[in-house]
Design a protein around this ligand. Structure first.
Ligand SMILES: Cc1ncc(COP(=O)(O)O)c(C=O)c1O
Length: 383
């Protein structure tokens, strides 16, 4: 019998949508030419890139020339930090204590090299980030604030609209970046409303290909990480990956189609999951950051059973979830620093499971997860 597998690790990566896959395959054949050449085929490729840029700019409400295609979220995030560290003399940069490694590890490296000064703003006990704490971390030396829209492990959302508004009012000229990797396709992402200067998009988090795009306000400074043939206005040179770029634009467009219904559906499944977890495991269950505003799809929890940890449970289950963030290699001996920094205790963090639902998951999938958890925890309890 083929074992039923339920995939609930969508914050790690999402399966490619059928339509996006079809467009990428088609583009591999019809859009193969170098978009910078002069031929009809080259025009086709250039047009596909133009269309993708148009689609993304409509989705996040910006100008087409404010979008640059990149290899992924890591490159977008590194690029913003690198630009600020080089364009200003030892600038002060403010980030949260739970940014993705592509922000935090790089920022700490720049700090170690003496190129920037750095403040990592701590979270409150519920895993939230206080606007006032971000504001009071800023000084007249601060050139950049980088705060993610939503955290990949806990799903907690940060009030970037309020933060960007307040810090920019108090410190005119300060630049604001947000990593929206986990946001698109789950909550609305509108750069005009957010009032940010830079924003990171990651295709494989919204059923798209594994590339990314960086929004940068026309007036916001940016330095390339790579130097070459001048593609992407010289900001990101290298012959364009036309099929993936075409796929990214379509994926972004599809991600926001019927967004409120999709979000409501994921939230309904998440609520059902957490209600069933409570009903099944009672006081043995801890749901992390449940009192903070979270993405509709993310639940991070630990189950404490005699003689077994919930990460052990995860090893025996048939559904596919994550112990921490699937986007970096995780250790089984150390708890996630992101969870610890989100107010989760060491013991709970060591035992935590992340279920991140996707638009295709159903309440039946949730029933499967619960039955699966019961089966494995019973098996483990008998050992
Ligand atoms: C919040 C966040 N930012 C950035 C990234 C980096 O994206 P990539 O690994 O595709 O470069 C990820 C996950 O992978 C993420 O979850």
């Amino acid at each position: 019998m083929v074992k039923h597998k339920v995939y609930v690790d969508n914050n790690g990566t999402t399966p490619l949508s059928e339509e996006v896959c079809a467009l990428i395959s088609k583009t591999l054949r019809s859009g193969w030419a170098n978009p910078s050449s002069r031929s009809d085929d080259a025009d086709v490729a250039a047009q596909l890139i133009k269309e993708s840029r148009e689609r993304i700019s409509k989705v996040i409400n910006c100008g087409e020339d404010e979008i640059t295609f990149m290899s992924g979220g890591t490159e977008c995030n590194n690029m913003v930090l690198n630009s600020i560290s080089k364009l200003y003399s030892k600038p002060h940069i403010v980030i949260s204590a739970v940014e993705h490694d592509s922000i935090s590890v790089y920022a700490r490296n720049l700090f170690k090299q003496g190129l920037i000064t750095l403040t990592e703003v701590e979270l409150n006990s519920k895993g939230g980030l206080e606007v006032e704490d971000v504001l009071s971390a800023c000084t007249t030396q601060t050139r950049l604030v980088s705060i993610m829209l939503a955290n990949n492990e806990t799903g907690v959302m940060f009030d970037v609209v309020e933060m960007a508004g307040k810090v920019k009012k108090e410190f005119p000229g300060l630049l604001f970046h947000t990593d929206a990797a986990q946001a698109l396709g789950k909550i609305p992402v509108d750069v005009a409303e957010l009032r940010v200067d830079y924003l990171t998009l990651v295709g494989h988090k919204f059923y798209g290909p594994r590339i990314g795009a960086l929004y940068h306000r026309l007036t916001a400074p940016l330095l390339p990480l790579l130097y070459g043939g001048g593609q992407e206005s010289g900001i990101r040179p290298g012959t364009e990956n036309t099929p993936m770029i075409a796929g990214l634009g379509l994926a972004a467009q599809l991600a926001v189609q019927g967004l409120s219904q999709k979000s409501l559906h994921m939230e309904k499944c998440r609520r059902y999951l957490e209600a069933r977890l409570v009903e099944t495991f009672g006081h043995k269950l801890v749901i992390n950051c449940r009192d903070s505003l979270r993405l509709p799809n993310t639940s991070n929890f630990a189950i404490f059973l005699e003689n077994c940890r919930s990460v052990n449970v995860l090893e025996g289950v048939q559904f596919i979830a994550s112990k921490g963030a699937a986007c970096h290699s995780h250790s089984t001996t150390k708890p996630s620093q992101i969870l610890l920094n989100s107010g989760v205790s060491y013991e709970v963090a060591m035992n935590s499971i992340r279920v991140s639902l996707g638009v295709h998951n159903t309440v039946e999938d949730v029933d499967f997860i619960i039955e699966d958890l019961i089966r494995v925890s019973n098996e483990l309890a008998q050992l």
